[in-house]
Design a protein around this ligand. Structure first.
Ligand SMILES: Cc1cc2nc3c(=O)[nH]c(=O)nc-3n(C[C@H](O)[C@H](O)[C@H](O)COP(=O)(O)OP(=O)(O)OC[C@H]3O[C@@H](n4cnc5c(N)ncnc54)[C@H](O)[C@@H]3O)c2cc1C
Length: 376
C-alpha cells in the first residue's frame, strides 16, 4: 500500500504497516499495540489534507473506517438544565458521529433531516474525524462553532477521553490537535439547530455565497439552496473531488490565509484584500476577581493568500520547468498533481510559491495540509 493511492494529491511513498479499522475497539487496540512497541501512529481519514514524503511513513497507519450516526433530541436541553451549555437549549439537537463517516455524506444527511449548522461546509472531502483537526471552514461557517466535543484516544497516555469544545482551542484552521495533542478522534458530537419545520439555513455570512444566492448577508434560505450554491461555487474552483478534473487532484488550499498586524497590512498595495479579525466570539471564562483582558487582539487582519500568490507573479496553471506538479488552473491556492508527480515535486512548487510571496510582500505563507516526513 502507498500513500499515493490513499491521498487526494496522489503522492507519497510506501506504508509498511497499514490497518483499516472498522470498529472503535480495532482502532484502540491497533494504536495501543503500536504505542507499546514504540511505533509511531498516523490516523488516516480521506487523505485530503496530507502531503506525505516519497519515502512514506515508518510507523503504523490506521485508516479510520468506523460508521454510525446517533441523534439525541434531549441531550442539549439536559446539559442546559445542568448548567453545562449556556446559550444552547431547545431547538437544538445533538448528533454523535463515528470518525470514519464520510464528511460530505454526513453534511448531506443533516440537510435531509433538517438540522442546520453545517450546510456551508458542503463538498469538503474527507472523513468526520478529521474535521476538528484543522477546524474545517468554508463560506462563513467553521466546524468548531457546532462541535460539542470529541471522544478521543490520547496516544500520549493511552486513555480514552472526552474533550469538550472549550478544551479544543478552535481558531482559524487550528485546534489543540494542530498544536500537538497526539490523539485519534473516535467520534464527534455536534450541536445543530433543529429546523425540521422550516428547513432554513443559518444566516448567510459570506459575501460570495450571498451574492450567488441573490440574498443579503444575514438572510436565511433553505438548507438545500445553500448546499447547491456552495457546491456550484466549489466546482468552479476545482474544490469538489472529481476523478475527471485534474484540478481537483490537490489537498485543497495549500496555504492558509496569513494573519498579520494592521500596521504590516498597511505596507501592502492598496488593493490587497484585508479582513479585520475579531476574537470576541469565543466564550471566555474568568476567575472571580481576575483582570478582564482586552476584548480583541487589537489590529489583526487576515490577508488573502490567493491574492498574494497571484500578485507575486504566479498565474493559475503555473508549473516549474519539467515538473508534473502545477498551480491549479482554476484556483491559485491549490497545488495539483498533473499525473505522476512526486511529493518532492509538489513541495518544490510550494517552496517556489512561498519564496516568491516572501520576496514580493515579506509574508511567509504557512502550509495548510499536514506534512509527513517532509518540510517546506
Ligand atoms: C478539493 C479539496 C477541497 C478542500 N476544501 C476545504 C475547505 O473548503 N475547507 C477546509 O477546511 N478544508 C478543505 N480541504 C482540506 C480537507 O478536505 C479537510 O482538512 C478534511 O477535514 C481532511 O479530512 P481527511 O479525512 O481527508 O483527513 P486526512 O487527510 O486523512 O488527514 C489530515 C490530518 O488529520 C489527521 N486525522 C485524520 N483523521 C483523524 C482522526 N480520526 N483522528 C485524529 N487525526 C486524524 C491525519 O493524521 C492528518 O494529520 C479540501 C481538500 C481538498 C482535496
Amino acid at each position: 500500500m502507498r500513500f499515493s493511492e490513499l491521498t487526494t494529491l496522489g503522492v507519497g511513498g510506501e506504508i509498511p504497516d497499514f490497518i483499516a479499522a472498522t470498529t472503535t475497539s480495532e482502532i484502540v487496540s491497533a494504536a495501543l499495540s503500536a504505542r507499546d512497541t514504540g511505533l509511531p501512529v498516523l490516523a488516516l481519514g480521506g487523505g485530503s489534507n496530507l502531503l506525505v514524503s516519497d519515502s512514506g511513513f515508518e510507523g503504523r497507519v490506521i485508516a479510520v473506517r468506523t460508521r454510525g450516526i446517533d441523534v439525541d433530541f434531549d441531550a442539549v436541553h439536559a446539559s442546559v438544565l445542568a448548567g453545562a451549555g449556556a446559550g444552547a437549549g431547545a431547538g437544538r439537537v445533538r448528533v454523535r458521529v463515528a470518525a470514519g463517516e464520510d464528511w460530505d455524506e454526513f453534511v448531506s444527511w443533516t440537510i435531509h433531516h433538517g438540522y442546520a449548522g453545517l450546510e456551508a461546509l458542503s463538498g469538503i472531502p474527507g472523513r468526520v474525524g478529521a474535521a476538528p483537526i484543522q477546524n474545517i471552514g468554508a463560506y462563513g461557517q467553521e466546524v468548531g462553532n457546532v462541535v460539542h466535543g470529541v471522544h478521543i484516544l490520547d496516544l500520549g497516555t493511552g486513555e480514552l477521553r472526552f474533550l469538550a469544545r472549550a478544551d479544543l482551542d478552535f481558531s482559524y484552521r487550528d485546534s489543540i490537535f494542530k498544536q500537538g495533542l497526539d490523539a485519534i478522534v473516535l467520534s464527534v458530537e455536534f450541536d445543530l439547530q433543529d429546523v425540521r419545520e422550516s428547513h432554513l439555513s443559518r444566516p448567510i455570512e459570506f459575501a460570495q455565497l450571498s451574492s450567488a444566492l441573490r440574498v443579503e448577508l444575514g438572510e436565511q434560505v433553505s438548507l438545500q439552496s445553500v448546499r447547491d450554491a456552495v457546491l456550484t461555487l466549489r466546482r468552479s474552483k476545482g474544490m469538489v473531488l472529481d476523478a475527471l478534473d485534474p484540478d481537483t487532484r490537490s489537498a485543497g488550499s495549500f496555504f492558509v490565509n496569513p494573519i498579520v498586524t494592521s500596521r504590516f497590512a498597511g505596507t501592502l498595495p492598496i488593493d490587497a484584500p484585508r479582513y479585520p479579525l475579531s476574537d470576541d466570539t469565543r466564550d471566555r471564562i474568568l476567575e472571580i476577581g481576575a483582570d478582564v483582558p482586552p476584548l480583541a487582539e487589537p489590529g489583526l487582519v487576515k490577508l488573502s493568500a490567493a491574492w498574494l500568490i497571484e500578485n507575486a507573479g504566479i498565474p493559475r496553471g503555473f508549473s516549474l520547468p519539467g515538473s508534473r506538479a502545477s498551480v491549479s488552473s482554476k484556483h491559485t491556492l491549490a497545488l495539483t498533481n498533473r499525473g505522476g508527480a512526486s511529493a518532492e515535486e509538489v513541495a518544490a512548487l510550494a517552496r517556489y510559491v512561498r519564496s516568491m510571496v516572501q520576496s514580493h510582500f515579506g509574508v511567509l505563507l504557512q502550509p495548510e495540509p499536514v506534512l509527513v516526513g517532509m518540510e517546506l
